[in-house]
Design a protein around this ligand. Structure first.
Ligand code: 4AD
Ligand code: MG
Length: 432
């Protein structure tokens, strides 16, 4: 028997087909007529079950259907009488593959805790389906852009001997007779070795941060794409990020119209973000915040509130660049114009979605890097391999890391990060 995907029914209009999938919902229109919303992972279609057409025995099977039961169905797609480009399936026969008695997620409102405990089932809901489809697009759009622009995939390790993003958020794992290993916070340091062989590289995988923050934007396990390029300096680094993000926006709009609609994401707003990004120095950003009445000093980091104020009223993201070096990571290059600053830039998304990229030009001078490692109190022994990269053929280089879930939050308009990753890991949750 041949099966068709729901997304392809148009090509089989008025012909008998077979589908496989699940019952999203059903509705009794009369004693003779039932509507069943059927989904198969590629799309949704309304099935019309008419007792007179199907005969009593087959119609009885429809009457017994439960939400989320899996089915084989046979029917004929017909163009919707009113809605253009929509189809209904005239149901002829069906067979239940797997029952679903008392599916726990009902139409009524459930609290987030209940839904998170049932994440393995919640994933089937329409909004979750739409968000995860967009995540898929974002993931591949990032890879696509990089592959076309000379970046090679270079997988960095997850078990590592040291920190890349500070020692306070490390997850520690016993490691045989060598003491402890740490789960990677970012593959960046390894990519810096990779570029000396391949020129431009990226990795894309899960990273881990034992962050105590319980916010709408923090996970303890999230996905990061780190990119790194030899001979690229601070300005060009931002240029690459901007092109990449704008490519992602266009790809999502092109591929995910239906999903954006399900999520009620305003596409016009997204379209407006595909325009030249703004740039502010950290110093200018502080001035702007102070002018708006925020009490903040010239060495403070930004919180969600500050990020929101900086981008308020803008359709495009903001790069905030040249940060005080004390509040940024040890590996960032000292600003040649002002040794108190680091050549780092954060990319802040509009509409309150916050920081989506952290990037910088890297310190390529052996002595200056050694000085930073020492002043952070890190062990030189642990970082000797990283220092070696400045000893043998060092070059100016830069890179950046995109938080996949943060970017998907922005694209989908979803306020809480827990809905844009299949199984969120948060400070108070590891099940299921
Ligand atoms: O700004 P971060 O810490 O930068 C780095 O890790 C660099 N080593 C990246 C690089 O240059 N290759 O993290 C990068 C991004 C942030 O901008 C944010 O989008 C995301 O990762 N991120 C988180 N996402 C979810 N939950 C968390 N706890 C996150 N922490 C950072
Ligand atoms: Mg950051």
């Amino acid at each position: 028997m041949q099966f068709i995907n729901v997304k392809d029914v148009a090509a089989h209009c008025n012909k008998q087909i077979n589908l496989r999938g699940w019952v999203r919902n059903y509705r009794k229109a009369s004693s003779q007529l039932r509507f069943v919303i059927f989904r198969d992972g590629t799309g949704e279609i309304q099935m019309v079950a008419d007792k007179k057409r199907m005969g009593e025995d087959r119609f009885d099977k429809v009457k017994l259907l439960n939400i989320e039961a899996s089915l084989w169905v046979m029917g004929i797609p017909r163009a919707h009488q009113i809605r253009k480009n929509e189809y209904e399936l005239e149901l002829l026969d069906l067979q239940v593959i797997g029952e679903a008695v008392d599916y726990p997620i009902a139409k009524k409102e459930h609290g987030p805790d209940f839904l998170l405990s049932h994440r393995h089932l919640w994933l089937r809901s329409r909004r979750q389906y739409a968000a995860l489809k967009i995540r898929h697009t974002v993931y591949y759009a990032i890879c696509d852009y990089l592959n076309r622009n000379g970046f090679y995939r270079f997988d960095s390790p997850i078990l590592t001997p040291n920190a890349s993003e500070g020692t306070t958020t490390l997850f520690q794992v016993p490691y045989f007779d060598q003491g402890y290993a740490y789960l990677s916070q970012s593959g960046q340091l390894y990519l810096e070795a990779g570029i000396m062989s391949l020129g431009r590289v990226y990795d894309f995988g899960p990273v881990f941060r034992a962050e105590k923050s319980k916010t709408r934007k923090h996970l303890t396990e999230f996905w990061m794409m780190d990119a790194e390029a030899a001979f690229v300096e601070h300005d060009e680094n931002m240029q690459i990020q901007e092109e990449l993000i704008r490519y992602v926006i266009r790809t999502v709009i092109k591929n995910n119209g239906r999903e954006l609609e399900i999520l009620e994401r305003d596409i016009e707003t997204l379209q407006k973000s595909d325009a030249p990004f703004q740039r502010l120095t950290y110093h200018e950003a502080i001035n702007l915040l102070r002018a708006k009445g925020i009490a903040i000093s010239y060495t403070d980091d930004f919180g969600a509130n500050e990020e929101e104020i900086i981008t308020a009223g803008s359709a495009v993201p903001f790069f905030v660049e040249r940060w005080p070096k004390e509040i940024k990571s040890f590996y960032m290059k000292r600003d040649p114009l002002n040794p108190k600053l680091a050549l780092g830039a954060d990319l802040i998304a509009p509409e309150g979605f916050g920081e989506i990229i952290g990037g910088s030009q890297r310190e390529d001078d052996y002595d200056l890097l050694l000085e930073r490692i020492t002043s952070e109190g890190y062990s030189i022994e642990d970082y000797q391999w990283f220092l070696d990269l400045r000893k043998y053929g060092s070059v100016p280089h830069s890179g950046f890391g995109i938080g996949l879930e943060r970017l998907v939050q922005w694209m989908t308009g979803i306020r809480h990060i827990r809905e844009v990753i299949p199984f969120p890991r948060m400070i108070n949750r590891i099940y299921p």
